[in-house]
Design a protein around this ligand. Sequence first.
Ligand SMILES: [Zn+2]
Length: 104
Amino acid sequence: MLKLKIGDTVKITAGKDAGREAKIEKILVKEGKAIVPGVNLYKKHVKGFGDVKGGIYDIPRPLGFGKIALICPKCKKITRVGFRFAGKEKVRVCRKCSKEIDTK
Ligand SMILES: [Zn+2]
């Protein structure tokens, strides 16, 4: 089970976008990285082709989990993620307020 999920609000803790907050758009499970829209952008030159317009696009680069910190949806603080069993299910909990992070 991963510590971070799509839709989590995270704060960037390292790199040129440090301090920004955004939601995770995609998780690269194998690499342990997340794509956060508008963060860690790089310019990509794209050639026009068919309906695709050529030009320079800002593409978000994946960020390692070490560079992002979860913002707890309950206490709104930056926190580390812990795990707890709720019955048979493993749930994520906030280490600061110990509330469950996942809401179903
Ligand atoms: Zn919390």
